[in-house]
Design a protein around this ligand. Structure first.
Ligand SMILES: Cc1cc2nc3c(=O)[nH]c(=O)nc-3n(C[C@H](O)[C@H](O)[C@H](O)COP(=O)(O)O)c2cc1C
Length: 184
């Protein structure tokens, strides 16, 4: 009887592990760029966790060149992203340089942006990465944002409330891994 129970237990463990997706991979592959934000706040403690995810991003020679400017002021946020929804927060990531030719800093900021983007979704928020508003921001709003004079904004992540995923917000199709991957 003991033997039977043991065999049953081993099979039970094997089958319950089988088919369970790794949680980290799941968070990465299930993300989507939110379009349909709804009004609602992003709590300070969640923001702190989201920023912490950015702070933990890898960077070349661990230089951590970034600065995170968290824009909660709705009037200022609206000047950056015109279709802002009440409660949206913009996390502007800047680094020393012109934001166009400082390739190493741009890459580092991009990695921090991805961490922030995914962390927000892991906490149940919608998020979206933007580079479109960077030129206007760097031309007109660096002072309002209090960016260090030698910095330019590289990318921002918008974080806010979303309703349950709908067909518009759900991620668009990606290329097949086999079409963009070569194993040598
Ligand atoms: C570097 C970068 C810049 C982006 N800039 C903008 C932007 O300026 N405006 C915008 O609406 N979306 C922007 N996006 C969002 C992309 O359009 C979106 O991530 C992509 O279409 C995939 O969306 P999906 O994951 O929902 O399918 C940007 C994304 C990245 C990674």
């Amino acid at each position: 009887m003991k033997k039977v129970l043991c065999v049953f237990f081993v099979f039970f463990c094997a089958f319950s592990a089988f088919g369970q997706e790794n949680q980290g991979i799941k968070a990465i592959v299930n993300h989507y760029a939110a379009r349909n934000f709804v009004a609602g706040t992003v709590s300070r403690s969640d923001l702190d966790q989201i920023i912490q995810a950015g702070v933990k991003a890898p960077s070349a020679s661990n230089r951590q060149p970034w600065r995170f400017t968290v824009v909660q002021d709705q009037a200022l946020a609206k000047q950056i992203v015109s279709n802002i929804v009440d409660g949206n927060v913009l996390i502007v990531i800047s680094a020393a340089g012109d934001g166009k030719t400082n390739a190493r800093e741009i890459l580092d900021c991009a990695l921090a942006a991805e961490n922030i983007y995914l962390a927000a979704q892991t906490l149940g928020y919608g998020s979206r990465i933007y580079t479109g508003p960077m030129d206007a921001l760097n031309r007109n709003l660096k002072g309002d944002l209090g960016l260090p004079v030698e910095h330019s904004a590289v990318v921002l992540v918008r974080v806010g409330r979303v309703q349950a995923v709908d067909a518009v917000s759900a991620a668009s199709a990606r290329k097949n891994a086999s079409d963009v991957t070569v194993y040598k």
